[in-house]
Design a protein around this ligand. Sequence first.
Ligand code: MG
Length: 269
Amino acid sequence: MKRVVFTDLDGTLLDRFTYSYEKSLEAIKLLQVKGVPIIFCSAKTKAEQEEYRRELGIGDPFIVENGGAVFLPQDYFALPISGASSIPGYFVIELGLAYEEVRKVLKNVEREQGIFIRGFGDMSAEEVSQKTRLSPRCAVLASQRAYDEPFYLEGDSDQVKQVLDNIEKAGLRWTPVGSHYSTVGHTDKGKAIKILLELFKREFGEVETIGVGDSQNDLSMLASVDVPVLVQSAADEWVAGIDLAGIYKVNGIGPEGWSKAIKELFGDL
Ligand code: MG
């Protein structure tokens, strides 16, 4: 049976603070040697994910911006793909509302409520770098958004709740991401996974899916896979609110937990 790993990046395969994959490398190799697809399923943009794919030698499909779109390398599946557009190197299945539309909704909510919503689209790459600890170069790549907008809110808890309620009423989905939030329209990681999974099944028959995440924006991903794995977000701590039946809460923060779970599930080299 074909086994496929879907994985979050920030705080899961990558260290939450340094964005390093050093501690995941051995387990990534293990999957590569065994021919197991590694599907990035992250809030990161196409430009950011392409960097990691290049560095790690990963050539599998990937899901960008919290389910905004699925990118399929053009020679990956033998069977034709319907509903996808073609760009150099990839077929793309777009699921999210366009970034400009998402920004418009945020600006409307901001105007109505009189509370400043500061999104990546309002910031210079330098400010994104300061706020996220991304390197200046990576912050430029993180600013190249097409679907999902990370944003910061100021205000008391009632005001914040109201802003988030109104974003939801306008038809967008939001999730907390550490000190900020992220919003995307009409999609989530789970929706993107279901579409990709159908393509894998069509190509390979029976497929077993493993999903690894660390935070609330991974809930829809973890709910869509056969084997959901949650890594620790801090020492002896797993994020609250992800109580799926059969979830494996692995001992290990971020990439340490990622490696441990992968080695347990896939054995040795
Ligand atoms: Mg994460």
